[in-house]
Design a protein around this ligand. Structure first.
Ligand code: NAP
Ligand code: ZN
Ligand code: ZN
Length: 348
């Protein structure tokens, strides 16, 4: 067993605090990773506060992990000792179902093992995430980080990057198309960068007027304050696709109305409460409402290579782990430009 130190929530109502626990021994296919950085995703807040139900406590969150492979099992072939590596939201899956065979592990028939708030394939051992000093992961779920990417700016790609890249690719968003991105947070700012890199003309929809300049710098062609009803009405039937990254339920109809005929509304935000959508926003113009959940391992590697080549790196604020609870509160107030990343040296 490897003794790990990290930060955990003990209940849905308690702040994160120091926590020691055990990692499994390094098996033949395992990689022991010394964690250098871990991004803070809004999903960490939803889960530590049990907003999605079924939370497992104590919970060590974190699924945007970058570190160094410090020990490798005897059958590990794809990772070298000393190599810089990443781990995202998935650390194991059944490996045999149709989805796993197609590289869609995120839609595995099960068992699917998430990096934290999940159980290993033995059905009982809880998984603990990246707000910790070490993690042990099977080589099949370990990503290679391209040279030249600063680690702290690459960490958020492991969730925010792949969650936006995967649906944009799946729905063929690119040149000659207009893409709307709703919510300029961790996912949203990566969606702007990746959408622009794919060749789409990107418009940001935000509640925060103060983010307009940033949106342009990130690659957006235009910016729209969502509360301006008149301006929103003028955008009716203008967009090919809308990617919604908002963490709370809100008015979806006005965004659906801004889609062209056969336009696609892609939901990636995961609010605590159910959405409500008027039928005619969809019936009119034969629009479709689709969802998307992170991305598979192969596609995550593809995204990392794409982002390295196109310089799509996260804008980050690096913090010591002692500030994690404050960072949660600031993220809830949209006061982050645009991802908090924990420097795990602060734990050592
Ligand atoms: P985030 O950094 O907090 O960004 C969310 C943004 O949404 C905020 O910056 C804000 O942007 C906007 N927003 C927040 N509350 C709002 C409200 N009440 N009404 C309207 N807009 C609001 O969060 P994130 O890490 O990007 O995650 C966003 C959501 O995606 C979360 O629900 C998360 O759990 C989910 N998620 C899903 C997947 C997946 O696989 N589908 C993966 C990762 C995360 P403005 O200031 O610009 O308005
Ligand atoms: Zn995430
Ligand atoms: Zn499977």
């Amino acid at each position: 067993m490897v003794t790990a130190r990290g930060y955990a929530a003990q209940t849905a109502r308690s702040p994160l605090k120091p926590f020691s626990f055990s990692r499994r021994d390094v098996g033949p296919d395992d990689v022991l990773i010394r964690i250098e950085y871990c991004g803070i995703c809004h999903s960490d807040v939803h889960q530590t506060r049990d907003e999605w139900g079924g939370a497992i406590f104590p919970m060590v969150p974190g699924h945007e992990i970058i570190g160094t492979a410090v020990q490798i099992g005897r059958d590990v072939t794809v990772i070298r000792q000393g190599q810089r590596v990443g781990v995202g939201c998935i650390v194991d899956s059944c490996r045999t179902c149709d989805q796993c065979r197609k590289g869609l592990e995120q839609y595995c028939d099960g068992p699917l093992v998430f990096t934290y708030n999940s159980v290993e394939k033995d059905g009982k051992t809880p998984t603990y995430g990246g707000y910790s000093d070490h993690v042990v992961v099977d080589q099949r779920y370990v990503l290679r980080i391209p040279h030249g990417m600063p680690s702290e700016r690459a960490a958020p790609l492991l969730c925010a990057g792949i969650t936006t890249y995967s649906p944009l690719r799946h729905w063929g968003v690119g040149k000659g198309q207009r893409l709307g991105v709703v919510g300029l947070g961790g996912l949203g700012h990566m969606a702007v960068k990746i959408g622009a890199a794919l060749g789409a003309e990107v418009t940001v929809f935000s509640r925060s007027a103060g983010k307009e300049e940033d949106a342009a710098r990130l690659g957006a062609a235009s910016f729209q304050v969502a509360s301006d009803k008149k301006a929103m009405a003028a955008l009716a039937r203008k967009f090919d696709a809308i990617l919604d990254t908002v963490s709370a339920s809100h008015d979806y109809g006005m965004y659906l109305d801004s889609l062209k005929t056969d336009g696609t509304f892609i939901l990636v935000g995961a609010p605590e409460h159910p959405l409500s959508v008027g039928a005619f926003h969809l019936l009119n113009q034969r629009r479709r409402l689709v969802g998307s959940n992170i991305g598979g391992i192969h596609e995550t590697q593809e995204m990392l290579d794409f982002c390295a080549e196109r310089d799509c790196l996260a804008d980050v604020e690096v913090i010591p782990i002692q500030q994690v609870n404050e960072a949660y509160e600031r993220m809830l107030r949209s006061d982050v430009r645009y991802r908090f990343v924990i420097d795990m040296n602060s734990l050592r």
